[in-house]
Design a protein around this ligand. Structure first.
Ligand code: CTP
Length: 423
C-alpha cells in the first residue's frame, strides 16, 4: 500500500478504539493515513492518539482556517485513493444516505469521487431499524462498499448484528478494494444470506470445496465410532464462501444442521466416502478441510449386530483411515491453489498445529483448542490461530460465522495475490 492514501473517518462509537488498531495495520502496510475525527469520535479516542499512530495531523474542524489554508477539505477528499469510515455510526450513515454536509467528515464524503468503504457499528436494534435499513440500501445503491458488521456480544450488553468488524478484516477489504483495477459500483454487490447486507464478490468465479462434520465409522449395523463435531464451523465456511460469490461444494458427515441454500451438498458417512466425494469434486480453487474425520475404522464391519458373548467384550481391530487433507495437498494438476486444514488440539496447540501443517503439506492451518473447557465442539464461538508458514496470527474469540467470513476474505486475498504474482 506504499503509494496509497487512505482518508479514515472515525465516527462516534465505542468501536472507535478498534480504529486505532486499523491505523496501525495500515501504516505497517505502508499506506499514508489521513484521519478525520468527528465530534462524536473525539469522545472515544483523542486526536493525539490518532495523530501519533497516523504520523500526521488529525483533522477535526471544517472551519479551521489554518487547515483550510494548507490543504483544504476538497483536497483532503480528492487526495484519497479510498475513504474508510470506521466506525460508521447510524447517524453518519443517515447523513451519507441523504447527502448532508454539515461537518468536515460529511463534507469530504460528499466532495469525493474516491471509493468509500464503511464499517458499520451500532446497537443491533439500531442496525435493524427501518430507517437504517433504508439508508443501507441507499448507500449500497450509491456504490458504497461495506465491511461488516459482525454479530456477537455488544459493548452495550446486547447481542446481535452491529459489531464493527475486526480491524484485520477491514484491512482485507481495503486490500481487496485497492487491488481491484476498477472499483465496481453497485452491480458488484451481492445481496447475501442477510437479505439486504451487501458484500463484495471476492470469490466470484471460484470453486470452493469444504469438508465438514464428523464421520461415522460403522462397527456393525447398529453401532459406529464418531466424535463430537457439530459441523457448524465447516457449514459457516461454506456459507461465507457462497456469500462472497463462490460456487461451493460442501461434503458433510452426519450433522443435524439444515442444508444451506445455494450450495452443492454431498452427504457422506465415512472417511472413505468423504475422500471419494472430495476427489470427484476437484478441480477447486480452494479446499477447506474442516471435518473431524475419524482417524480409524473397524477393519471388518460386522454384517450383523455383534452379540454379547459371555463376559468377553469383542475386540475391534482398527485400521487407519485415508487422510483427506493430505491427499488434497499432494502436488499435481488438480491440487487446489489454496488448501486449508484445521488442527483440533487439546494440548500444545501451536506446536502440534505447526507439525500438522508440515505433515499434511497444506498451505494454511487453522488451529483450535477443542478441549472440553473451550466449548468449541458444538458451541457457536471459536478462538482460532491462523498459521501460515512462520506466521502465527491469533484471532480473538469470534462467532464461528465471523471466523468463516474472515477466513474466506483472507483466502480471497491470497488468490488475488497469486493472480497478480502470475501476471
Ligand atoms: N483430516 C483429514 N482426514 C483425516 C484426518 C484429518 O482430512 N483422515 C484433516 C481434518 O479435516 C483437519 C486436519 O486434517 O483439517 C487435522 O485434523 P485433526 O483431527 O486435528 O488431526 P489428525 O490428522 O487426525 O491427527 P491427530 O488426531 O493425531 O491429532
Amino acid at each position: 500500500m506504499h503509494d496509497k492514501t487512505i482518508l479514515l473517518i472515525i465516527g462516534g462509537g465505542i468501536a472507535a478504539y478498534k480504529t486505532l488498531e486499523l491505523i496501525r495495520l495500515l501504516k505497517k502496510r505502508g499506506a499514508t493515513v489521513r484521519a478525520i475525527l468527528t465530534t462524536g469520535g473525539a469522545e472515544f479516542v483523542t486526536p493525539l492518539s490518532v495523530s501519533t499512530l497516523a504520523g500526521d495531523k488529525t483533522f477535526t474542524d471544517l472551519f479551521d482556517l489554518d487547515d483550510e489554508a494548507k490543504i483544504g477539505h476538497i483536497q483532503l477528499a480528492r487526495d484519497a485513493d479510498l475513504i474508510v469510515v470506521a466506525p460508521a455510526t447510524a447517524d453518519l450513515m443517515a447523513k451519507m444516505a441523504v447527502g448532508l454536509a454539515n461537518d468536515l467528515a460529511t463534507t469530504c464524503l460528499l466532495a469525493s469521487n474516491s471509493p468509500i468503504l464503511i464499517a458499520p457499528a451500532m446497537n443491533p436494534v439500531m442496525y435493524e431499524a427501518k430507517a437504517t435499513k433504508r439508508n443501507r440500501t441507499q448507500l449500497a445503491e450509491d456504490g458504497v462498499h461495506f465491511a461488516g458488521p459482525a454479530s456477537g456480544d455488544m459493548a452495550c450488553g446486547e447481542e446481535g448484528e452491529g459489531r464493527m468488524l475486526e480491524p484485520a478484516l477491514i484491512l482485507n477489504k481495503i486490500d481487496a478494494l485497492l487491488n481491484q483495477k476498477k472499483i465496481e459500483g453497485p452491480k458488484s454487490l451481492l445481496l447475501s444470506g442477510h437479505s439486504d447486507r451487501p458484500s463484495e464478490l471476492l470469490l466470484e468465479g471460484r470453486h470452493v470445496l469444504v469438508t465438514a462434520g464428523p464421520t461415522h465409522e460403522p462397527i456393525d449395523p447398529v453401532r459406529y465410532i464418531a466424535n463430537h463435531s457439530s459441523g457448524k464451523q465447516g457449514y459457516a465456511i461454506a456459507m461465507a464462501a457462497r456469500d462472497l460469490g463462490a460456487s461451493v461444494t460442501l461434503i458433510s458427515g452426519p450433522t443435524s444442521l439444515p442444508v444451506p441454500d445455494g450450495i452443492e451438498m454431498v452427504r457422506v458417512e465415512t472417511a472413505e466416502q468423504m475422500l471419494s466425494a472430495a476427489k470427484t469434486t476437484l478441480p477447486a480453487d480452494i479446499a477447506v478441510c474442516a471435518a473431524a474425520v475419524g482417524d480409524w475404522r473397524v477393519a471388518k464391519n460386522a454384517d450383523h449386530k455383534i452379540k454379547k458373548a459371555g463376559s468377553k467384550p469383542p475386540v475391534l481391530g482398527l485400521v487407519e483411515n485415508p487422510d483427506i487433507l493430505k491427499t488434497l495437498s499432494q502436488k499435481g494438476p488438480k491440487r487446489p491453489q489454496l488448501v486449508i486444514g484445521f488442527a483440533a488440539e487439546t494440548q500444545d496447540l501451536i506446536a502440534n498445529a505447526r507439525k500438522k501443517l508440515k505433515a499434511k503439506g497444506c498451505d494454511w492451518i487453522v488451529a483450535n483448542d477443542v478441549s472440553a473447557s473451550s466449548g468449541t465442539f458444538g458451541g457457536d464461538r471459536n478462538q482460532v490461530t491462523l498459521i501460515i508458514d512462520q506466521e502465527v496470527e491469533k484471532w480473538p474469540s469470534l462467532d464461528k460465522q465471523e471466523v468463516a467470513q474472515r477466513l474466506m476474505v483472507e483466502a480471497a486475498g491470497r488468490l488475488t495475490n497469486n493472480k497478480q504474482a502470475a501476471e
